[in-house]
Design a protein around this ligand. Structure first.
Ligand code: FPP
Length: 224
């Protein structure tokens, strides 16, 4: 969800103004999923690198996440959205973590849309944490190291319950992956668009998903 800062600056406002506008788009895009046919949506809200921003911006974002959960929990539940969080919770504020846990629990029986929010998430960090857990099990004699393959490691990732992404969309004209779902996106289609996240509408979303549906995905095979 890139481009909030630039969107605000273009309007002569502080960066946080852009993040608030971005949060309103999250609401709109999640609501559009059932009609567009998107069952799993993962949004990158805060990366392991975003701590390098000013203290004011980081604190503002954390407070925005708390506010989003507080304000949206009921509607998400009623709309059948199952919410999950991925990323390392260890550095996050205790109160926010409690709210994340509660929202996961509250929506655990929903299945209309699976919304995953990546918070303090980094693909490399995730693989390192997964490897550490796996290594502990090997050390404890619970796993034979010779049996370890890609599927084994995938079971230790934060996304172990989720399918791999089919399509990754990055807004704001940057053509980078920036540590997002590195392992899981091995065969994903990418779409880089110039639109800044606060301008990303349901219509743009529907159009990109429609274009994706026409693509020919081979997963390394040759056409039949
Ligand atoms: C990147 O744009 C955006 C972020 C680091 C924050 C994303 C957060 C939101 C959209 C808030 C809502 C999220 C939830 C889950 C409620 P940027 O600030 O790097 O933009 P720039 O590249 O233009 O500076």
């Amino acid at each position: 969800m890139d481009g909030n800062g630039r969107w605000a600056t273009q309007r002569g406002r502080l960066r946080l103004f852009g993040h608030h506008a971005g949060a309103r788009r999250v609401r709109e895009i999640v609501r559009a999923c059932p009609d567009i046919g998107v069952k799993y949506l993962t949004i990158f809200a805060f990366s392991t690198e975003n701590w390098k921003r000013t203290q004011t911006e980081v604190a503002g974002l954390m407070s925005l996440f708390r506010r989003y959960i507080m304000r949206e929990a009921k509607a998400l539940f009623e709309e059948g959205v199952r919410v999950r969080f991925i990323g390392d919770r260890i550095k996050l504020d205790e109160k926010l973590v409690r709210m994340m846990d509660d929202l996961e629990l509250m929506t655990a029986d929903n299945s209309k849309v699976h919304l995953t929010i990546a918070l303090n998430y980094g693909g490399r960090d995730e693989v390192a944490r997964a490897t550490k857990r796996l290594a502990r099990e090997v050390k404890a004699g619970k796993i034979d190291p010779e049996s370890v393959d890609g599927e084994t490691l995938a079971r230790y990732l934060d996304t172990w319950l989720l399918p791999d992404p089919d399509l990754v969309i990055r807004t704001s004209g940057e053509a980078r992956i920036s540590n997002f779902l590195l392992w899981q996106s091995a065969y994903a289609e990418y779409e880089f668009i110039d639109t800044l996240w606060p301008d990303f509408t349901q219509d743009i979303f529907a159009q990109i998903v429609g274009n994706y549906a026409e693509r020919d995905r081979r997963f390394g095979a040759v056409p039949a």
